[in-house]
Design a protein around this ligand. Structure first.
Ligand code: CA
Length: 171
């Protein structure tokens, strides 16, 4: 009997762990904060028709900086971060609108690295979601205390919608 109780206990535990994938559905909301670390929203989170789902980051000439990924290099990897590949989807209202995908590394007092990929370099059709991509190679002597940032900068005259960042590092 004792064995049976232990077996059923294990079965119960397995069931619980299998159904542990929480979803934000109905009236239940969860957030394990695992994906929030390293991101700040800059008061740009907007509800509407996103590239994915209904949430995106909306930037304007007045509030120019999108959702931002920011971490000290030492917190990204225990080894030296050598390369980064990153992308984001943007939606511009006019053919004259402009936004720039920015990769930067800053020390406490100054900018050590800045790479901007402008929508001007792409044939961006208005009111369509388009993907912008960037790549960066970090110099070997880069101080690991320095903070890396990736975000979209609204350097044009119109609001710009931003969604679906993808960032990968090689160490
Ligand atoms: Ca989204």
């Amino acid at each position: 009997m004792k064995n049976l109780i232990i077996i059923s206990f294990i079965a119960m535990a397995m069931l619980t762990s299998c159904s542990d994938k929480k979803k934000n559905t109905g009236l239940t909301f969860s957030n394990d904060l695992e994906n929030v670390s390293g991101w700040s929203d800059g008061n740009t989170l907007t509800v509407g028709l996103g590239h994915s789902g209904k949430y995106f980051s909306k930037i304007t000439p007045e509030n120019q900086y999108s959702f931002t990924f920011h971490k000290p290099l030492k917190d990204i990897s225990a080894k030296r971060v050598k390369k980064a590949e990153y992308s984001v989807w943007v939606n511009l209202p006019n053919s004259t609108s402009e936004a720039t995908l920015v990769f930067s590394v800053d020390s406490a007092s100054k900018s050590m690295m800045w790479i901007g990929t402008s929508t001007k370099e792409l044939a961006v059709a208005p009111n369509k979601w388009v993907q912008i991509k960037g790549k960066a190679t970090l110099p070997a002597n880069m101080n690991r205390e320095n903070e890396l940032k990736i975000y979209v900068w609204d350097n044009g005259k119109d609001p710009v919608l931003v969604d679906d960042f993808e960032i990968s590092f090689k160490d």
